[in-house]
Design a protein around this ligand. Structure first.
Ligand SMILES: C[S@@+](CC[C@H](N)C(=O)[O-])C[C@H]1O[C@@H](n2cnc3c(N)ncnc32)[C@H](O)[C@@H]1O
Length: 415
């Protein structure tokens, strides 16, 4: 029962969340209204605009942001929906309430032992340990986009029963098969493109499909198939911007009816921008690269006379040239910007750092809307399943320090 536009008109179901005071439909509607009302403020990228298009209409907000101390800016980066001077201009309190979701792992179920994660990165294994207890083994399990099938392997051992797993990369299937054999886990890794027509046969009402951090189109595909085939789902969605569509296509009937604003892939990327997990030295190099990009941007604007942001390709960690001048020569070559023999490098580098401080503050306005956007996207998925006749819970499965992508959707077909 995938929603079509005709089905959409008929469907006005409102389903209450367990324990929460807001049902999912109301939450989706209100979040959508706030995101729409403020989209001219959260959509433009401060990195690209020395003067943001919204500053003329919200001059006091822009001034308040620019005036923030370093310490306050840093605090708000970490907790953008906490009380602050920004609440005078932005609906921070309401958004904080709208994104408050139950902790679905609160039961403190026992989980997979630490020692079983020897072949998995430490953080990834802790995420699996947090997610696994939410996957009820009341029916045969199937892992969607499984990689090496670490989650499937853990659950196969825990419940001492076979678990199927789908992954399209043959090398990952092979490596996952070898790990399962080594740990005597009954995991059957199947090479399968989940976007292909034959993926549908894996889902039915007897099965529960689990997906930890399945990206954009891959998890939307899972939900559409599960809705049609009435399979139960436990999903932690991720990377909403990984989609074939350049512009966001709402998937629930409700969001299709209510969304009067548009969202590009870049806007979707904002929902998953938070990277609390990057190590200190990676963050330091990223800061330096950003200051240099902004310094180069100011330089190219003055040299070419074109007051337009010029995107420069990104560099892998450790590839950044050692000096600002070296970086500008590298960027100039890539973007066909001819650099004259004499340039005041120190002044342009200083301008880059000044812009970085400003951009960091102006970005805070986007941080305020980041989690609300992520929750809105998750609710669009929740409503798809509710409209198709499922009981759905939306909540978190771990602390955001472990992964900021900590939302989980549990969908059970009505009997
Ligand atoms: C973000 S990873 C998640 C892997 C695993 N669930 C985890 O948490 O480590 C996404 C996985 O989806 C797989 N994948 C991508 N496109 C796919 C497709 N069309 N069909 C099946 N698997 C796919 C990738 O190869 C990758 O292993």
């Amino acid at each position: 029962m995938t929603p079509s536009h005709a089905a959409c008109r008929a469907s006005e179901v409102t389903v209450a969340t367990d324990g929460g005071t807001l049902d999912h439909a109301t939450r989706l509607r209100r979040l959508g209204e706030v995101l729409e009302a403020w989209h001219s403020v959260w959509q433009p990228l401060p990195f690209q605009h020395p003067l943001l298009p919204w500053e003329a209409d919200h001059g006091e907000l822009a001034a308040a942001l620019r005036d923030l101390s370093d310490a306050e800016a840093e605090r708000l980066q970490d907790a953008p929906l906490s009380a602050s001077a920004l609440s005078q201009w932005l609906p921070v309190e309401e958004l904080a309430t709208l994104v408050e979701l139950p902790d679905l792992a609160a039961g403190g179920e026992p989980t997979l032992p630490d020692g079983w994660g020897v072949f998995v990165g430490g953080r990834k294994w802790r995420q699996i340990q947090a997610f696994a207890p939410l996957v009820s083994a009341d029916r045969p399990l199937l892992e969607w986009c499984a990689g090496k099938g670490h989650l499937a392997r853990g659950l196969a051992r825990w419940h001492d029963r076979p678990v199927d797993a789908l992954e399209w990369q043959p090398a990952l299937c092979e490596a996952g098969g070898a790990l399962a054999y080594h740990q005597s886990a009954a995991v059957r890794l199947h090479q399968q493109d989940v976007m292909a027509a034959d993926a549908e046969c894996w889902l039915n009402e007897e099965r529960r499909v689990m997906a930890l951090h399945a990206c954009g189109d891959l998890h939307v595909r899972l939900l559409h198939l599960a809705a049609r085939r009435r399979g139960a789902v436990t999903l932690a969605p991720c990377c909403y911007q990984r989609t074939a569509d350049a512009w966001y296509q709402p998937i629930s009937c409700q969001a299709r009816r209510e969304m009067n604003w548009s969202m590009s892939r870049d806007d979707l990327a904002m929902a998953v921008q938070e990277t609390v997990t990057a190590p200190g030295k990676v963050r330091r190099e990223r800061r330096l690269a950003n200051a240099w990009r902004l310094g180069f941007d100011a330089l190219q604007r003055s040299l070419t006379g074109r007051d337009r942001y010029l995107p420069v390709p990104s560099l892998a960690y450790g590839q950044l040239p050692t000096t600002f001048a070296g970086f500008c020569r590298w960027a100039g070559e890539r973007k066909a910007v001819e650099l004259p023999g004499t340039i005041d490098w120190a002044a342009h580098e200083a301008e880059g750092w000044r812009r970085l401080a400003e951009v960091t503050r102006l970005e805070l306005v986007r941080h305020v809307f980041r989690r609300p956007l992520e929750v809105w996207l998750a609710l669009d998925r929740v409503r798809l399943m509710e409209e198709a006749g499922f009981d759905v819970r939306l909540g978190t499965f771990c602390d955001r320090q472990l992964t900021p992508r900590n939302l989980v959707i549990e969908a059970e077909p009505w009997a």
